[in-house]
Write a protein that binds this ligand. Structure first.
Ligand code: TPP
Length: 547
C-alpha cells in the first residue's frame, strides 16, 4: 500500500494494462500527468497536433490489436481530439483518451481552458467519465480499457480535473485488466435453422464480409466456410483485409466496387452478410438492396440487426459460433446456378503514363513481406481499395466510416510504432496530406521510417469528380494552390522523390522500400483521373454512372 498522486495512479494503471507507448500533447491542466510521465517506463510520442495523437492511437490499435492511448490537455487540446475519436468510433477502434480538466472547484465557471469534453464527446465515444473522486480513479481507468476493448470496440474518454491529478491517496487497487462479457441476446436455434434452410434453397448464394469479421477474429472460419461451399465473397471497405485475394474473393463492393462484385451483390438470392453494418456506401439504395434476396446477417452487435437494411434472418452473437452452427448441418449446398458470378480480371495496367493503377500494382503485386497499407480519403483511398492486391498478413487501415481526410500520415505513425519491423506504406492525396503532413516531422524524430505516396493531382480529386458528374463541371474550390511538397518533406528531415513517369516511380519506390528513413514519393498523376466504376447514388448497387 502506498500513497500516490492521481497522475501516478493513472500511470500505474496504464502499466498494468501493458501500455508501452502513448501519443499526446501537453498543456496546463494535464501537466501533472506529464510530470509523472517524465520518469515512467512508457514511451510518449509528441505529435504536432492532438487530432493526430488520436489518429496515431487509432493506427496503433488497428495494427497491434491492443487499446491505443492518447492524451491531451483541457479546452482546445481536448476539442482537437474530437475528429480522431469520431474516426475511431465509426470504425469501432478501441482507444482510451485521457484529457486534463480544470480543477474541480473551477468546473462550470467558464474557467480558462474549461470545456465540457464529456458532453462534447458523448456521441462519439462508447463511454466517457469525468472523475470526481481520486479513490475512483484506478477503477475508472481499468473500466475504460475494459469498455474500449470489449464487445464492439470503441473509444472511451476519461476527463481528469487537475486537483485529482495532483491529489494523493492510498493506491490499493488490485484490479487486473479485464474484458466485459459480450452483450448477446439468447441463442435462437430457429434463426440458425432458417439460415440453413435459406442456404439449402439458394441458387445464387454469396458472402458479404465486413470489418466485424476482423473484430470477431473470424477470418479463417469465414474462409473455410466459403471454400467448403465455393461461395463468392464480397467485401466492404472495412473488410478488405479480412481475407486475401483468391479465386473466390471478388473484393470491394459498393459505390466504387467492381462491376463483377456489384453485379454479384445485386443478383445473389441469398446473401450471408457477416460483421457489417450495411453502410450506405455498401448498399446504395437499401430497399433495392434487400428486395430480391434473403439476407442472413451474422454480427457481434445486436443493435446492427435491421438497422440499415431489412435483415430477413438476424443472428447476433459470436460470429465463429454462429457460422459453425450453420456449417455443421450443411454438409454440402445443392447445385447452384453456374456462371452467375465471375471473378474480376486482375488487369495489368496498360495505360500510358503514371497512373494510380500502375502505382498500386507496382507496390503490392508479387512476392513481398506482409505490409500495413494506410489509405487516406478521396480518390486515393478508392484506387488503393480497388487495385492493391492484398496478400495474407497484410493490414489495411483507412477511415471507412467518418471518411476523415488527413487520417493516413498520423495513423501510420501509430502503426509503425506498434510494429517497427513491418513495412508501412501510406497512400494519400495532395489535399489530405496537407491536413496532417506535419507528422512527418514526428516520424523522422521518432525514427519510424515509413513510406508515403502522395497521389498529386493538384485538385481535391474526389469532390472534383462529383462536380464533373453532377455539378456541371463547376469546379468550385477544388483546385489546389501550388505547393512545394518536396521542399516541405525535406524540411521535416524526410527524403523526397518527385516522379511523373512509371520508371521514375518504380525506381523511387525501390529506394524507399530499402531505405531506413522516412521517404515521400510525390507522384504526379495529372488532374483528370477518375475513380471507376462508380455506382449511381441511391440506386441499385449494379447501376453505374461510370464504368
Ligand atoms: C476532413 C475532411 N474534410 C473534407 C472532406 C470531404 N472530401 C472528401 S474527399 C475530398 C477530396 C480529397 O482530396 P485529396 O486529398 O487531394 O485526394 P484525392 O481525392 O485527390 O485523391 C474531400 C474534400 C473529408 N472527407 N474530410
Amino acid at each position: 500500500m502506498s500513497q500516490l498522486t492521481g497522475s501516478q495512479i493513472i500511470l500505474a494503471c496504464l502499466i498494468k494494462e501493458e501500455v508501452s507507448t502513448v501519443f499526446g500533447y501537453p498543456g496546463g491542466a494535464i501537466m501533472p500527468l506529464y510530470d509523472a510521465l517524465y520518469q515512467a517506463p512508457i514511451h510518449h510520442i509528441l505529435t504536432v497536433h492532438e487530432q493526430n495523437a488520436a489518429h496515431a492511437a487509432d493506427g496503433y490499435a488497428r495494427s497491434s490489436g491492443k487499446v491505443g492511448v492518447c492524451i491531451s490537455t483541457s479546452g482546445p487540446g481536448a476539442t482537437n481530439l474530437i475528429t480522431g475519436l469520431a474516426t475511431a468510433y465509426l470504425d469501432s477502434i478501441p482507444i482510451v483518451a485521457i484529457t486534463g480538466q480544470v480543477a474541480t472547484p473551477l468546473l462550470g465557471r467558464d474557467s480558462f481552458q474549461e470545456i465540457d469534453i464529456t458532453g462534447l464527446s458523448m456521441p462519439i465515444t462508447k463511454h466517457n467519465f469525468l472523475v470526481h473522486d481520486i479513490k475512483e480513479l484506478a477503477k475508472t481507468v481499468h473500466r475504460a480499457f475494459a469498455i474500449a476493448r470489449s464487445g464492439r470496440p470503441g473509444p472511451v474518454l476519461i476527463d481528469v480535473p487537475r486537483d485529482i491529478l495532483t491529489g494523493t491517496t492510498e493506491y490499493t487497487d488490485d484490479t487486473l485488466p479485464y474484458t466485459l462479457p459480450p452483450n448477446y441476446p439468447p441463442k435462437d436455434p430457429s434463426a440458425i435453422r432458417a439460415a440453413i434452410d435459406a442456404l439449402l434453397e439458394a441458387r445464387r448464394p454469396a458472402i458479404l464480409v465486413g470489418g466485424g469479421v476482423k473484430i470477431a477474429k473470424a477470418q479463417s472460419a469465414v474462409r473455410h466456410f466459403a471454400a467448403k461451399h465455393q461461395l463468392p465473397i464480397l467485401t466492404t471497405l472495412m473488410g478488405l483485409d479480412a481475407l486475401p485475394h483468391d479465386h473466390l474473393n471478388l473484393g470491394l463492393t459498393g459505390m466504387h466496387g467492381s462491376q463483377a462484385a456489384n453485379k454479384t451483390a445485386a443478383q445473389a438470392d441469398v446473401l450471408l452478410a457477416i460483421g457489417t453494418r450495411f453502410s450506405d456506401r455498401t448498399t446504395s439504395n437499401p430497399e433495392m438492396y434487400s428486395m430480391k434476396k434473403t439476407i442472413i446477417h451474422l454480427d457481434g452487435d445486436p443493435s446492427e440487426m435491421g438497422k440499415n437494411v431489412d435483415t430477413h434472418i438476424p443472428i447476433s452473437g459470436d460470429i465463429i459460433e454462429s457460422l459453425r452452427a450453420i456449417d455443421t448441418e450443411l454438409i454440402c449446398l445443392p447445385e447452384q446456378e453456374t456462371g452467375w458470378w465471375t471473378l474480376n480480371q486482375a488487369d495489368e495496367p496498360t495505360e500510358e503514363g503514371l497512373t494510380p493503377h500502375y502505382i498500386m500494382e507496382t507496390i503490392s503485386h508479387g512476392k513481398r513481406p506482409a505490409t500495413t497499407w494506410v489509405a487516406d480519403v478521396g480518390q486515393n483511398q478508392m484506387w488503393a481499395a480497388q487495385y492493391l492486391r492484398l496478400q495474407r498478413g497484410d493490414r489495411w487501415l483507412t477511415s471507412g466510416g467518418l471518411g476523415t481526410m488527413g487520417y493516413a500520415v498520423p495513423a501510420a505513425l501509430g502503426a509503425k510504432s506498434s510494429e517497427p519491423n513491418r513495412p508501412v506504406v501510406v497512400i494519400v492525396g495532395d489535399g489530405g496530406f496537407k491536413m496532417t503532413g506535419m507528422e512527418l516531422l514526428t516520424a523522422v524524430h521518432e525514427n519510424l521510417p515509413y513510406t508515403v505516396i502522395i497521389l498529386k493531382n493538384n485538385v481535391l480529386g474526389m469532390v472534383r469528380q462529383w462536380q464533373t458528374l453532377f455539378f456541371d463541371k463547376h469546379y468550385s474550390a477544388t483546385t489546389l494552390p501550388a505547393f512545394d511538397f518536396a521542399g516541405f518533406v525535406r524540411s521535416c528531415g524526410a527524403t523526397a522523390h518527385e516522379v511523373n513517369t512509371k520508371e521514375g516511380f518504380s525506381a523511387a519506390y525501390e529506394q524507399a522500400r530499402t531505405s531506413r528513413t522516412v521517404n515521400v514519393i510525390i507522384a504526379d498523376i495529372g488532374s483528370d483521373e477518375t475513380v471507376k466504376p462508380m455506382t449511381a447514388p441511391n440506386q441499385s448497387v449494379d447501376e453505374f454512372v461510370l464504368i
